[in-house]
Design a protein around this ligand. Structure first.
Ligand SMILES: [Zn+2]
Ligand SMILES: [Zn+2]
Length: 248
């Protein structure tokens, strides 16, 4: 299994960094987790957007789904005439998304095969979901293939059941939006995001083998967040950046 970071900026894009989007590949299958604003451009550095086999949207905040709108143009209109099958699109609440898409897309069903979030099989992957603590319906994702596993927190505040959900993953992709505890800033507002220390604590308690911290806002010191998470985790910790590839 291979993870490629397409975009990783938290809440809004930075210069040269798109919002959340992660490509997970195994056995030739391309599963995309989130497609935030700016990510469709970056995605083309790694594959033809028509060759994405399934797309999971963790939640309907713009930094996780807005580029689904231009994707609806990029898939069916290439001048070479090759039009892919409708893209399986897993989304927590299809209503708002399809309302927006219908303004741009005449035949939505020809472009997307919209499906609800549910545990199951997507291509070669066994995929499980767990509701997070975030202002809109949001799902953390656990992806497994051939004995390897990856967890993605999506957006969440600290939530004890997620520790068990991510138990023993080979790689935890954890949001680390807020500054670490020892920055002595005001405590983060409840029910929104992890701070960098909590991202490390998740990885430590879940027994993850490796940690990638992500969803760090462009105004933050990424290395400071990474180092704080690593200090708590005690294991190998990488900061997400565009085009980062991790094989697991
Ligand atoms: Zn977000
Ligand atoms: Zn969010």
């Amino acid at each position: 299994m291979r993870l490629t970071v397409v975009g990783c900026a938290g809440s809004f894009p930075g210069p040269g960094v798109a919002c959340s989007s992660y490509l997970v590949e195994f056995d030739g299958f391309r599963l995309l987790l989130d497609l935030g604003n700016g990510a469709l451009g970056a995605l083309q550095s790694f594959c033809d957007p028509r060759d994405v086999d399934a797309l999971v949207i963790s939640h309907l905040h713009g930094d996780h789904w807005l580029d689904v709108v231009p994707l609806a143009y990029a898939r069916p209109h290439h001048p070479d005439g090759r039009v892919p099958d409708p893209l399986p699109l897993y989304v927590p609440d299809a209503g708002p998304l399809t309302t927006v898409l219908r303004r741009d897309v005449d035949r939505l069903q020809a472009v997307f095969d919209v499906r609800p979030i549910a545990d199951g099989v997507i291509g070669p992957f066994a995929v499980r979901f767990h509701r997070t603590d975030h202002p809109v319906a949001t799902y953390a994702i656990r992806v497994e293939a051939q004995g390897r596993s990856m967890g993605y927190t999506a957006d969440t505040a600290w939530l004890d059941p997620l520790v068990e959900f991510f138990s023993g993953v080979d790689l935890l992709l954890a949001e680390a939006t807020f500054p670490p505890d020892d920055d002595h800033v005001a405590p983060p507002p409840p029910g929104l995001h992890l701070n960098a220390s909590e991202a490390g604590e998740f990885a430590r308690r879940a027994g993850a083998r490796r940690l990638v911290v992500t969803h760090i806002p462009p105004w933050a010191d990424v290395e400071r967040h990474r180092a704080a998470a690593e200090k708590i985790f005690g294991g190998p910790t990488i900061a997400a950046r565009p085009a980062l590839r991790v094989d697991l």
